[in-house]
Design a protein around this ligand. Structure first.
Ligand code: DGT
Ligand code: CA
Ligand code: CA
Ligand code: ZN
Length: 585
């Protein structure tokens, strides 16, 4: 149980209490407790074990009890009780800006509606405007906010999609009558942002009704968007749409292929089928009639995706590579690509501590890394120019080195085979130089060079800046190269192909920043990176202990980007990693 999980539960209580019209102060206490726990430097578990939750400022006896119960049973009675009283759909209304809990309750009670689509209709029809205290202006504002929500909320990050998809998928896969099941669509392809979630099931027709019934009643579902004979769509608690399709067992392989996509990949497949006298569609692979129509009476036997690929002259193409980006050429001649996996990763590189803007001490970050089975930790706090992020002065750098030396000695004498490396995430200044004098740079085990300011320079200046940084012998890794924040901020001006060539030539790695908001370097440059043998490092850029787990998303993107383990720095052992850092040109 992580601090984040506890905070999330408490905030859920806060939201529901407001909708249930509970005492305001009681509700606010839950919000405050959530905030406090998010900012804690220690694991909430420690407080639970020591029975000292009430020592935390802002956590009273009653909330402490709730947290303990949550720890023991996985639920909170207060929350369960609220969930019975508050209609599911209303929770989603709290995401509509400008619509407070009082008005949510009023509209719901007076008009008897619970879904966002009903709310929009009620705003358009004038029903909302007629309510006391609301009026025409409020109704128009609500419509605008819903539109904004739908547009902004159109796609979500990979981790947010997984959070909804995994529990629903697990539930569906275990239902009676489900013969086979898979998550399809962009999520199966490990895209960095997801539109809707697609789940595909193989079942006999007599079971589909029951499976759909169970699906639309799942606890994460707040609204049923549509239900037909073969497909149901729902909206989840976070606003994400989930489609469930059920097909007959013999249609499953072709359907899985079709609904995995991408569209671009499918188009090429269909053409390959035609070139070979066959037709491929979501129902199967068929022969063509004499006038080149699909002959549904003559299916071409194919019992799996692999067999379909085989009939089209291809080896099995892993879902991550189905983007029509050179995969056909590769998989015509080659069986499978050797790709990095999560279990290959041996070290945590790029992590922040309380020395700059991290939430945990170096020791805590090291222990969290050990607990997860990693062999080393590369601490890289911010450098001095990044004052807003608590960048380290030269003095602080030296103090931090002492602390790391001491911790490494402790680990050694305790018999732990674990090492902390002294790194820094150095700002790349506007002229491309690094943020410390040479005599300090020399003292680090590694430098990650990142751009955090002057992101808007014209292309030639930006490239010159990066070139200087890469050519600096102290730079071993380039951090989040484009500076993009997915669904929030576009990438800066860069010629990434040139940058990749240059980095490969200078034996500098470019990280795949595994934070799901970044996933930068983008997988789309995987072909180029492979061609020139670029090294990468799958870096969590962790600011908390939980942040280390973001490595999972980085690995997904690295696989999509075609990185073999030997091109990923942190698959190296501690010694090999150290050696690589010292390699000179
Ligand atoms: P998303 O949801 O925007 O993140 O992306 P996808 O790829 O999951 O797209 P989605 O949910 O619209 O459709 C799922 C898959 O179904 C898609 O990857 C390919 C297939 N598909 C859907 N519509 C078409 C179509 O019009 N033509 C072809 N060839 N395939 C389609
Ligand atoms: Ca989709
Ligand atoms: Ca879909
Ligand atoms: Zn950074």
């Amino acid at each position: 149980m992580t601090n984040q999980e506890v905070a999330k539960k408490l905030r859920e209580v806060y939201n529901l209490m407001q909708l249930a019209g509970e005492n305001r102060f009681r509700a606010i206490a839950f919000d405050r407790a959530a905030q406090t726990i998010e900012g804690l430097n220690d694991e909430i578990l420690t407080y639970i074990k020591e029975d000292s939750l009430t020592d935390i400022k802002g956590i009273g006896k009653s909330i402490a009890e709730d947290i303990k119960t949550f720890h023991e049973t996985g639920t909170m009675p207060v929350l369960e009780d609220l969930k019975k009283r508050v209609p599911k759909g209303l929770i989603e209304w709290t995401n509509i800006s400008g619509l407070g809990p009082k008005n949510i309750v009023k509209i719901h009670k007076e008009l008897g509606i619970t879904t966002i689509s009903e709310l929009r209709e009620a705003c358009q029809s004038g029903a909302v405007a007629d309510l006391p205290g609301l009026g025409k202006k409020s109704a128009e504002k609500i419509i605008k906010s819903i539109e904004y929500l739908e547009q902004y909320g159109e796609r979500c990050l990979l981790n947010e999609a997984l959070e909804i998809a995994e529990p629903i998928f697990k539930f569906v896969r275990n239902l009676d009558g489900v013969i086979e099941a898979e998550i399809a669509g962009s999520l199966r392809r490990s895209r960095e942002t997801i539109g809707d979630i697609d789940i595909l099931v193989a079942a006999e027709p007599k079971n589909t009704e029951d499976i759909f019934d169970a699906f639309v009643n799942h606890e994460l579902v707040v609204e049923i968007l549509g239900r037909g004979d073969t497909k149901s769509s729902v909206r989840s608690e976070t606003g994400r749409q989930v489609d469930l399709r059920i097909v007959k067992p013999d249609e499953y392989p072709a359907a899985l292929m079709y609904f995995t996509g991408s569209k671009e990949h499918n188009i090429v497949l269909r053409q390959r089928a035609r070139d070979r006298g066959m037709a491929l569609n979501e129902y199967g692979l068929f022969k063509l009639t004499d006038d080149k129509d699909t002959d549904f009476d003559q299916p071409v036997e194919s019992n799996s995706e692999s067999e379909i690929y085989q009939k089209l002259g291809l080896n099995f193409i892993i879902p991550e590579h189905r983007e029509d980006r050179n995969e056909f050429k590769y998989y015509e001649d080659n069986e499978e690509m050797e790709l990095v996996q999560e279990s290959d990763i041996r070290g945590v590189v790029h992590a922040h501590s309380t020395w700059s803007d991290g939430k945990y001490s170096i020791k805590q970050m090291a222990e969290a890394s050990m607990e997860r089975g990693y062999e080393y930790l590369g601490i890289s706090d911010h450098s001095k120019t990044a004052a807003y992020a608590g960048g380290l002065s030269v003095d602080e750098v030296k103090q931090q080195w002492d602390e790391i030396d001491q911790l490494n000695e402790e680990f050694l004498s305790a018999g732990n085979n674990f090492k902390i490396f002294k790194g820094i995430e150095s700002d790349i200044l506007a002229d491309g130089s690094l943020d410390y004098p040479v005599e300090i740079l020399e003292g680090f085990d590694f430098v990650i060079a990142s751009v955090h300011s002057s992101l808007e320079l014209p292309l030639d200046k930006m490239m010159k800046r990066f070139e200087n940084a890469i050519k600096n012998p102290f730079t071993r890794i380039l951090g989040h190269p484009t500076g993009r924040l997915l669904l929030r901020r576009e990438e800066g001006n860069l010629d990434l192909n040139k940058l990749i060539e240059l980095a490969a030539r200078e034996n500098t790695a470019i990280e795949i920043n595994a934070n799901p908001r970044r996933l930068d370097l983008d997988w789309r440059y995987g072909n180029k990176a492979q061609e020139v043998g670029l090294m990468t490092s799958i870096n969590p850029d962790a600011h908390t202990t939980d942040g280390i787990d973001d490595i999972r998303y980085g690995v997904m993107i690295a696989r999509k980007g075609k990185y073999s383990p030997d091109r990923v720095l942190n698959t190296k052992s501690s010694d090999q990693f150290e050696q690589w850092l010292k390699e000179e040109l």
